[in-house]
Design a protein around this ligand. Structure first.
Ligand code: ADP
Ligand code: MG
Length: 333
């Protein structure tokens, strides 16, 4: 199991151009790529904290740059049977959805549509190179975890039961019982499903008077390669996590408190898992939250990439520090 923790600092938006920028990317040595995030100590602004990552991307990083650096290199491994898991972690408004889903224009497309188009392309190539002996199938599931309950996003929100979908263990792996798996043959198929599912997500949140940033959205792309009786199966998971901000400070509505507790716990367990995996520990505490359990995080021989999204402005100062502190491998020096 290998894990990378990288940070992406987003640019200021048009309406933020007058804002004070306090977060910056730095290199360990001049001329080297960025691996450090620097941010002032809020108690003494003459002092700066540094956090080390495997890689740091600054305002100039495009969607294509990020995909080429962090995801494309693992597509080959996915087709060799390894599972690939990509998380976007960070405060609401820092660019998680932009990173994972992105915009509608070709250049703005995020990691997910780029991943899918590369998976389809590689699958078609494998079929062609094997003269049709190998068949490549792609199936999608998409679900969210809200208040520690699992809901299928490929089903309309009216179909939801209050308890959500149950989990079951089989051969040491955790499964969501009754989760829809839809076959998907090309980018057009994918886009249709993805738009429909994201609409389901927003509709469901609106009904509860909540916001979709309060749930974790998990897309699973199952790749099955069949050659005669030989079947090779692997999964790419792309996760847009709930916002990591501590909204207990500003909003003490009871429902929001319940949400915050569920979100904080699962993000804490996630960071503990990432930490344990990166240290090479045998015991990964993946059973302690639904999200890490469903992903069997650390139990598979796979690749995990966590992207910490950061906004550069002073108004995010404390939340940015706390998300830097939680993204475990990022050591404070
Ligand atoms: P989150 O999902 O973390 O709440 P969003 O992805 O919705 O954050 O991003 C907040 C806003 O910032 C959106 O308007 C988004 O388009 C914009 N944004 C985020 N990252 C970038 C980026 N790298 N380049 C340009 N705009 C960005
Ligand atoms: Mg979002």
């Amino acid at each position: 199991m290998s894990v990378r923790v990288v940070a992406r600092i987003r640019p200021l938006l048009k309406k933020e151009l007058d804002k004070d920028v306090i977060v910056r990317a730095a290199a360990a040595e001049e001329g080297k790529p960025f691996t450090i995030v620097k941010i002032p100590n809020p108690k003494n602004e003459t002092e700066e904290f540094s956090y080390i990552f495997n890689s740091v991307y600054d305002q100039s990083c495009t969607q294509e740059d990020l995909f080429n650096a962090e995801v494309y290199p693992h597509i080959k491994a996915l087709f060799q049977g390894l599972d690939v898991t990509i998380f976007a972690y960070g405060v609401t408004g820092t660019g998680k959805t932009h990173t994972m889903r992105g915009g509608m224009k070709m250049d703005d497309r995020g990691l997910i549509p780029r991943l899918l188009s590369n998976v389809f392309r590689r699958g078609k190539k494998i079929e062609k190179d094997s003269n049709g002996e190998t068949i490549v199938d792609v199936h999608l599931s998409y679900y969210e975890i809200y208040n520690d309950k699992v809901y299928d996003l490929l089903e309309p929100p009216e179909m939801r039961t209050p308890m959500g979908l149950p989990l079951r263990e089989k051969e040491g792996k955790t499964f969501v019982v009754g989760l829809t798996e839809r076959p998907c043959d090309d980018v057009k198929d994918f886009e249709r499903l993805y738009v429909e599912a994201n609409n389901n997500r927003v509709t469901a949140a609106t009904k509860l008077n909540a916001h979709s940033s309060r749930s974790h959205a998990i897309l699973r792309v199952k790749v099955t390669q069949t050659t005669g009786d030989m079947v090779l199966e692997s999964t790419a998971s792309a996760i847009d996590l709930a916002g990591s901000e501590d909204n207990r400070r500003t909003d003490n509505n009871r429902d929001r408190l319940v949400e915050s507790a569920a979100i904080n716990k699962s993000l804490f367990v996630l960071s503990q898992c990432i930490d344990a995996i990166s240290r090479g520990d045998k015991r990964i505490p993946y059973r302690e939250s639904k999200m890490t359990r469903i992903l069997s995080l650390g139990q598979n021989n796979g690749i995990t990439i966590m992207i910490l999204n950061l906004a550069p402005m002073r108004s995010y100062h404390l939340d940015t520090l706390s998300s830097l502190n939680v993204s475990s491998r990022a050591k404070r020096i």
